[in-house]
Design a protein around this ligand. Sequence first.
Ligand SMILES: [Zn+2]
Length: 275
Amino acid sequence: MSFQLGQIAPGIWSGSFSSFPAGVAVHGLSGRLGGVSDAPYASLDLALHVGDVPSAVIENRQRYLAALGLDASRLVTPEQVHGETSARVTAAEAGRGALAYADSIAATDALITDEEDLPLLLCFADCTPILFLDPVRRAVGIAHGGWKGTVRRIAAKTVQRMQQDFGSRLEDILVGIGPAIGPCCYEVGSEVVDRFRAAFPGHDEELFTEPQAGSVHLNLWAANRIQLEELGIPHAHIDCAAVCTACNHAIFYSYRADGGRTGRMAAVIALKKQS
Ligand SMILES: [Zn+2]
């Protein structure tokens, strides 16, 4: 298992998990290079809700999805609200949020589908993208794990939704935890520490580090892995990029390292047509 980052088209960088079988689904985690947006969104901003010029974002989406071999006019994207709600989408939702933010799937932080050729897209700048692929039942999903979604176990809840809606089995589901702010950079306050300690008792060692007195750093990658393993996803099925977006904000967007006003990278996944 590994996470690989490389150019998928001239100037356009994207990451992927080697554990996800390319014959079943196309997926990618975008970088910030190779787009048309100007500062502070430069340059491959894929979000329509952060103040960037909409035509630039739509051009960026077309470039990135074309580089993945996908049709940007069919993408489905939600209005992310740091909640724990998932939505199952079908061909009827194709294009929701592709051209206008107001048209996105309302108040939803995870999407799942068993529809072929229906790209799911969620936006991130430091929050944790969690991608799901069930190659047996042929279903995919993406969840948005900021600290609020993570402490509410959105990753585990998305898997449970795949079990209910698609009959997915825990032993079949593959998970990829994408680039996000890492334990090296993610300093949190005592309120957040208390919430995670209550939600994940006995995991202090994996979750918290104290690089200096009075400063606690949280490991969101670990918190997402822990909840998935507690649910019963095999350890070997969870691939973690372990790439920090703040350390690498020349390549990825980072809300913290970029000072709040910045663009968004995307996690994208789409089931391939069965040949
Ligand atoms: Zn870092």
